[in-house]
Design a protein around this ligand. Structure first.
Ligand code: TSB
Ligand code: ZN
Length: 583
């Protein structure tokens, strides 16, 4: 989806369209007062105060009609620079604009843009004529507090978007519709995958039975892969003494992302935001020889982070998450090999899930931010150049992003775009020279001397939460057979005659280990078929006279109209093969 704010021409056009909107609002509601009308990634908006009047969809249509009329009229847009006194006089009836004028620093140019009978305070730039703004669409209206402060008055924010041609606009609106349809929060509700509740709180999602089935399969999948690659999985507590995070450095550099500590008796406990410190202690509990390394400690680990309540989003950004986490303890000479294995695992997993639209990001520290990043220039130089060198040697295409590193080291992040356009990290592979130091981790080298291991933090699926959000949007809820919450729906054509046979088939498929549901409700066949389609069940079996007599089954694959008839045995084999191949 195009980012309008990033496109110079579209940015200008949308900004001018915001003025056109304000002009139309002023014509229809002469008492309207205006705050600001900026360009955003999705188009533009304007915040207006219409007194007691709340805008309806009908009103939006009227405003759009007036805008069309004005666009057709085609007034020129021109710029005038004025003094502060002139500006204060010109906008004396507009208290919000007066506020804006007073916020402009002394010495800065104050400019206005005029089209026909409408003038707005604005820095610009704008297009030459309102004529250019004719291909627009008003999208919605919502409440917005003046200056974003809930103590202030609630204004109405009208959103819209504008393009140079009708074709561009139509394409954009179609993409917007598609994004809305793919939004994991919408599909999550429809398919009963997860839910939130205000009594539980923001960013805290409950996985419903369907979602939990998918998650269980994902957990099994990744654990099996990791075991084959020499990972050992552990379970560690979700709580720890604050002291642990003081040793690790989280307390100094990550406290703002953690929930506040709980004091009880003489203890102070925190919910963990990461599992690294626990894993460091597990490594430290034994003596290690250089021959034992790499040691790979994995955990499907619940973590808790204080994400702002305005930033949480479905399963994509949550306050309690479960990481597909591991910490690899390696010798310095093993870094390249081990990073390469992690990258290969990421690529292997992406192939299984058909993930093709992503970018590798090398996340570096912001040198000036000593609060967020551990302050040791030499260590950072070493870690960043080492990771950059390894990635270059491995031939990985990446872009660099200062200010995105973890406090303990640089990261190779895999960035994806969510349906509604968020740029988020899915997988990550991080190089850390700091925690081994903080926890005084050692191994015995070839010469019998103590040496310092390096730690690689990595999460392949990231968190199950975010991965699930991604998977839902990627598949539009049509999960591959091995993940589908219900794999087969069995529907007897007539509940009176075919029910026994349908039950027999259901039981046999269940015994074979498939997730099967029988739909023998007293509803028309068409209704039951439609519902199975709505729930995106991969295989629907339709059992009638012929199937019962021949001891066969007829199935319909999701998204197909035709049915196939085969023996139950062949159906069984076909499904097993598809599940095994994760098709
Ligand atoms: C990989 N200590 C490392 C770990 O060893 C770590 O915690 N890295 S992280 O901070 O980058 O988090 C790992 C992954 O969790 C991210 O790549 C991202 O996919 C996922 N993640 C981070 N924050 C959230 C969140 N609020 N909601 C859902 N998933 C998240
Ligand atoms: Zn970690």
């Amino acid at each position: 989806m195009i980012d309008i704010k990033e496109d110079e021409r579209l940015s200008k056009l949308n900004h001018s369209c915001a003025h056109l909107l304000a002009q139309a609002v002023k014509h229809l509601y002469p008492k309207a007062k205006f705050w600001v009308g900026p360009v955003i990634s999705e188009g533009f908006y304007y915040d207006v105060d219409l007194g007691d009047h709340t805008l309806t969809d009908d009103d939006l249509e009227k405003i759009a009609k007036e805008m069309k009329k004005l666009a057709k009229d085609g007034k020129r847009i021109y710029r005038v620079e004025i003094s502060r006194e002139e500006a204060l006089e010109k906008f004396k009836d507009d208290p919000y604009k007066i506020d804006l004028i007073n916020e402009i620093p002394d010495g800065e140019v104050i400019s206005c843009y005029t089209q026909g009978d409408f003038t707005d305070l604005c820095r610009g730039p704008h297009v030459d004529s309102v004529k250019e703004c004719k291909n627009f669409k008003l999208l919605k209206v919502s409440g917005a507090y003046y200056k974003g402060d809930s103590k202030n008055k609630m204004l109405q924010r009208i959103y819209g978007v504008c393009f140079d041609s009708k074709e561009d606009l139509d394409n954009y609106l179609a993409a917007l519709e598609d994004a809305k349809e793919r939004d994991h929060r919408k599909i999550g509700k429809e398919l009963e995958l997860f839910m939130g509740h205000e009594l539980v709180g923001p960013g805290l999602q409950m996985w419903l039975a369907n979602g939990a089935t998918v998650r269980y399969e994902l957990e099994k999948y990744i654990k099996e892969k990791e075991v084959k690659l020499g990972y050992e999985h552990v379970y560690t507590p979700y709580l720890a003494s604050t002291e642990l995070y003081k040793v690790s450095g989280h307390w100094d550099h990550y406290k703002d992302d953690m929930f506040p500590p709980m004091k009880i008796d003489n203890e102070e406990l925190v919910l963990r935001p990461m599992n690294c410190p626990h894993h460091m202690l597990i490594y430290k509990s034994k003596l290690h020889s250089y021959r034992d390394l790499p040691i790979r400690i994995g955990e499907l680990a619940p973590d808790f982070r204080y994400e702002a309540s305005g930033a949480v989003c479905g399963l994509e950004r949550v306050r309690q998450m479960c990481q597909n986490d591991a910490h690899l303890f390696v010798r310095p000479d093993q870094i390249k090999d081990e990073v390469s294995k992690v990258v290969n695992l990421i690529l292997d997993v992406y192939k299984d899930f058909n993930i093709t639209d992503y970018a590798f990001r090398l996340s570096l520290r912001d040198k000036n931010n000593t609060e967020k990043y551990f302050d040791d220039d030499d260590m950072w130089e070493k870690a960043e150049s080492e990771l950059r060198r390894v990635l270059t040697e491995l031939g990985i295409d990446f872009y660099e992003a200062p200010g995105e590193a973890a406090f303990y080291g640089p990261k190779l992040d895999v960035q994806i775009k969510s349906a509604i356009g968020h740029d988020v990290t899915l997988s990550t592979c991080q190089l850390d020279f700091l925690l081994p130091e903080r926890f005084d981790l050692t191994y015995v080298d070839e010469n019998g001397k103590k040496a310092r291991p390096v730690v690689i933090h990595r999460a392949i699926l990231g968190t199950f939460d975010r991965f699930m959000a991604f998977l839902i949007e990627e598949t539009k809820g049509v999960f591959p057979l091995w993940l589908a919450p219900v794999q087969v729906k069995v529907i007897p054509v007539n509940n009176e005659y075919h029910l026994d046979y349908a039950k027999e088939v259901t039981d046999q498929l269940k015994d074979a280990g498939f997730r099967v549901e029988l739909d023998a409700r007293d509803e028309k066949l068409g209704y039951r078929l439609r519902e199975a389609t709505l729930k995106k069940v991969p295989y629907v079996l339709i059992l009638g006279d012929k199937e019962m007599a021949d001891k066969t089954i007829s199935y319909r694959l999701f998204g197909h109209k035709e049915t196939e008839t085969v023996s139950l045995d062949d159906f069984d084999k076909m499904l097993l093969k598809q599940i095994k191949e994760r098709r």
